[in-house]
Write a protein that binds this ligand. Structure first.
Ligand SMILES: Nc1ncnc2c1ncn2[C@@H]1O[C@H](COP(=O)(O)OP(=O)(O)O)[C@@H](O)[C@H]1O
Ligand SMILES: [Mg+2]
Length: 357
């Protein structure tokens, strides 16, 4: 449905916000553009919407280039972080508005019928006579999304639509958005910097950094099979443990730890790895307290209780590490524990951050 080919954006000041971005999105999919602030997410949305012109590259909808099409003719629904509703209009008038002006203009009764239909879908029909100023943030964002959908766009673009909402409401509205766009069947691009939000609602995630796609994949693959060190560190909370290690004659060394390389041998580890410096990545749930002698011993210097989990903090040389155990494992600060690693779950990255295995 959407194809982006070699898309580049250099702003007037010479800053290259997008290097050469390529991706495609299937019809009806909900795809998240994810990445840290400033990585180019809004730039991509604005290029798709026609609010910006690409410096190079092409964007196609259903096989046809749209870069020369006027923004108003691209048939896009756009929702921003700030709801941008008309304060003097009622909710219903706000929702109807796109159908009362410009090339989407239809007779008033038809506009009202379309507005009513979508207000029922988004559960705001009870609010239709209210003014936006009297609504909560969550309600205002529902109105903005309804107004975008009423135009029956072929693509829905959402730029950090939940950032102004409190945490609990964010959880609820993101589920509503997923349900809604699936019900309507609309191809949707959802921009967020929140990896957990992206993991929870997406069919696919495109993770960007500094204007370059790092990985475009199913949500679980970003977690289970990160393409590089950046992806491994961006996805997952608590963040993955990264240990600089030196491989010498088949043994990984860090501080006073030595782990024979053959422990890591798995299905996916087939690469011949040369001696040298690497980063070992191991997620906190794969750092396991053991009774016998493990890979290393450490003194716990902090314990954080998070619902059903207990996060253990400790230092390994100068590296801060975390392990997750069940809240029922009564481990307290000061405990001296032996740890082992779930070696088959470990990742190895070379000095440039490229995944080796
Ligand atoms: N009009 C502009 N002129 C120059 N640089 C810009 C302009 N707009 C955005 N940028 C820069 O481009 C980069 C990407 O911006 P943006 O796409 O807004 O990032 P994101 O939405 O991922 O936070 C940022 O470094 C930002 O400072
Ligand atoms: Mg942005």
């Amino acid at each position: 449905m959407i194809e982006v080919n070699n898309l580049q954006k250099v702003y007037e000041n010479g800053f290259e916000a997008l290097k050469s971005v390529n991706f495609s999105i299937e019809k009806g999919d909900l795809v998240c553009l994810l990445g840290p602030s400033g990585c180019g997410k809004s730039t991509i949305l604005n290029l798709i919407a026609g609010l910006l012109t690409p410096s190079a590259g092409d964007i196609k909808f259903a096989g046809e280039s749209i870069v020369k099409t006027e923004p108003k003719d691209r048939n896009i629904g756009f929702v921003f972080q700030n709801y941008a509703l008309y304060p003097h209009m009622s909710v219903e008038q706000n929702v109807m508005f796109p159908l009362t002006v410009g090339n989407k203009k239809v007779p008033k009764e038809q506009a009202r019928a379309a507005a009513d239909k979508f207000m029922r879908l988004t559960n705001i029909e009870d609010l239709k006579d209210k003014k936006p100023g009297t609504l909560s943030g969550g309600q205002q964002q529902r109105v903005a999304i309804t107004r975008a959908l009423v135009q029956n766009p072929q693509v829905l673009l959402l730029d950090e639509p939940l950032s102004n909402l409190d945490a609990r409401l964010r959880l609820r509205i993101r589920e509503e958005i997923r349900r809604l766009v699936k019900e309507v069947g609309i191809t949707t691009i959802f921009v967020t910097h929140d990896q957990e939000e992206a993991l929870s609602i997406s069919d696919k995630i495109i993770l960007l950094n500094e204007g370059v796609i790092q990985q475009n994949d199913d949500p679980q693959n970003l977690y289970l099979e990160p393409a590089n060190l950046f992806v491994a560190q961006f996805i997952g909370n608590p963040i993955i443990n990264i240990l600089p290690m030196r491989l010498e004659k088949g043994v990984f060394h860090h501080d006073n730890i030595a782990i024979p390389q053959e422990r890591f041998v798995t299905e996916r580890f087939k690469a011949e790895v040369k001696d040298g410096n690497y980063f070992l990545g191991i997620r906190p749930e794969d750092v396991l307290p053991v009774d016998g002698i493990g890979a290393f011993a450490a003194v716990i210097d902090g314990v954080e209780l998070i619902g059903r989990e207990r996060i253990l903090k400790f230092d390994l040389g100068i590296e801060h590490m975390k392990a997750i155990v069940s809240v029922e494992d009564a481990i307290e600060e000061g405990a001296n524990l032996n740890f082992d690693l779930a070696y088959h779950k470990a990742f190895l990255f070379d000095e440039s951050g490229k995944r080796v295995y």
